[in-house]
Design a protein around this ligand. Structure first.
Ligand code: KIV
Ligand code: ZN
Length: 503
């Protein structure tokens, strides 16, 4: 059966502490969500500001396929603001729990019910599709919840939403009140679950199992406090886990990772590394037992293939590493140590790990270099010309000339400083050929004085999610940074070409 995905990244997601999106950013996220295949987008809460109205209008004019909705409290002004933005669908809400009625709204249950009914009638009179939410439904008196749902249905509501506003429900309880709502209204029901106890996705699924047809979700699970049910987790759980019946959504799962990164960047909210599906570690393996298993059959330690969600598996060496993992990682760069060399490399890796240090692929590379002697990379990209200019009053800019696979590529670009300008120019010159992004840049001075040696470490990612780190040491910060990046690009391209040969 189809589950309808109602995305509220642009409304509840934007209510995450510290997140504020410009109208342009909201529009570009709405386009991404539409490409991803969400069925409905909650575009915003129009009444709150002019910028919000501008953003919602821009989205309504963008000709998207998803249904577009706006949030409104149960009053005419809020509903009018939704209509004025060109929306045809309102999500209107009023709190119904005793704690909210008494301490926030100062209304009795009857007064709240009357407001809800009047607003639904008004929204219908303005030609809107109406989804009604009883805010804090899961802490609301169960009989009153049924009563208000019945009343708004009679008033013309088209959909009912059950918000677990403070993530307080258990999967069992939310299933019970979902059944109540279906019985009382016979309308399509949505689940709107917050993650205060880490149960948002489980609660939303429980509601769906009880008969709800729609889930309110956000990209990366962003939202008030601990966030909302995460779109990625919910969609993949519905698609991949065993239930009494099978579920599907319209989501193009291959776009999940890309959409997650896009939203994380624009919202300025990094994704925790161990977040399911989209976290950096979700398809990374370190321990010897796991890498060995994954190398012989990925499904031993991966519940789904990373490609399904637009990702790539990666291996990390560390004190838990084993022979298979080390060999597999080195082979990705065309390095094939013999048994004795692998053992020596492994010992060194474990001793670094035992000192509590992280062994990046850079360190693995240099250990292999030490043990084998000749791990020189085949270099696909060579720097053949470079200049940079900086000063006061002029924006720094850089020129690079690269030889990529025998062909010359040049580019100039600006930046906030000479390093930024140089790295931008390199990215521009490599363009479609390597499509790299610089994910992390670290500069450390490794000796004192103005002629100190500096160490630059960069983390690069290519378009398919392959990630590597690369390091360079030198006297000139700009040149050392350029070398670290070029070195990294070479390794990413080599890794990619070896992978493609294998396929
Ligand atoms: O969590 C909540 O209760 C909400 C309402 C606006 C539905 O976001
Ligand atoms: Zn919410």
């Amino acid at each position: 059966m189809k589950v309808r995905i109602f995305d509220t990244t642009l409304r509840d997601g934007e209510q995450s502490p510290g997140v504020a999106l410009s109208p342009e950013n909201k529009l570009s996220i709405a386009k991404k969500l539409d490409e991803l295949g969400v069925d409905a987008i909650e575009t915003g809460f129009p009444v709150i500001s002019q910028g919000e109205q501008q953003a919602v209008k821009m989205i309504t004019e963008a000709n998207l396929s998803a249904e577009l909705c706006g949030l409104a409290r149960t009053n005419k002004k809020d509903i009018d603001a939704v209509v004025d933005c060109g929306l045809k669908y309102v999500h209107t809400f009023i709190a119904t729990s005793d704690i909210h009625l008494e301490h926030k709204l100062h209304l009795s249950q009857d007064e709240a019910l009357e407001k809800a009914v009047e607003s639904v009638e008004y929204a219908k009179s303005r030609g809107l599709q109406v989804e009604f939410s009883a805010e804090d439904a899961t802490r609301t008196d169960r009989n009153f919840l049924k009563k208000i749902f019945t009343a708004v249905t009679k008033a013309g509501a088209d959909r009912i939403d059950i918000p677990d506003t403070v993530g307080y429900s258990t999967p069992q309880y939310i299933a019970e009140i979902t059944k109540d709502a279906i019985e009382a209204t016979k309308l399509p029901i949505s689940m709107h679950c917050h993650n205060d106890f880490g149960l948002a996705v489980a609660n939303a699924i429980s509601g769906i199992q009880a008969g709800a047809q729609c889930a309110h979700v956000t990209i990366n699970g962003i939202g008030e406090r601990a966030g909302n049910a995460s779109l990625e987790e919910l969609v993949m759980a519905l698609q991949c886990l065993k239930f009494d019946q099978s579920w599907e959504t319209n989501i193009k799962t291959k776009l999940l990772y890309d959409t997650s990164k896009y939203v994380s960047k624009l919202a300025g909210m990094p994704v925790q590394p161990n977040k399911a599906i989209i976290g950096e570690n979700a398809f990374g393996h370190e321990s010897g037992i796991h890498t060995h298993g994954v190398l012989s059959n990925p499904l031993t330690y991966e519940p789904i293939s990373p490609e399904i969600v637009g990702r790539t598996r990666w291996l990390q060496v560390g004190k838990h590493a084993g022979v298979h993992g080390i060999n597999a990682m080195l082979q990705e760069y065309g390095i094939e140590p013999n048994n004795d060399q692998t053992r020596q490399i492994l010992e060194k890796v474990k001793s670094i790990g035992d000192q509590g240090k992280h062994v990046t692929d850079v360190e693995l590379f240099s250990i292999a270099n030490e043990v084998i002697g000749d791990t020189k990379l085949k270099r696909l990209v060579k720097l053949s010309g470079f200049s940079v200019s900086t000063g006061i009053g002029n924006m720094p800019y850089a020129f690079v000339k690269l030889i990529i696979d025998g062909n010359e590529h040049t580019a100039t670009d600006h930046g906030v400083g000479p390093v930024d300008a140089s790295l931008n120019a390199i990215q521009k010159a490599t363009g479609k050929i390597s499509e790299i992004k610089i994910k992390d840049y670290n500069l450390a001075s490794i000796s004192g004085g103005s002629n100190a040696l500096c160490e630059v470490t960069v983390k690069l990612e290519d378009a398919t999610g392959n990630m590597i780190s690369s390091k360079s040491i030198g006297e000139d910060i700009v040149i050392t940074s350029v070398q670290a990046v070029i070195d990294g690009i070479n390794r990413l391209m080599l890794k990619k070409s070896l992978r493609e040969k294998k396929v």
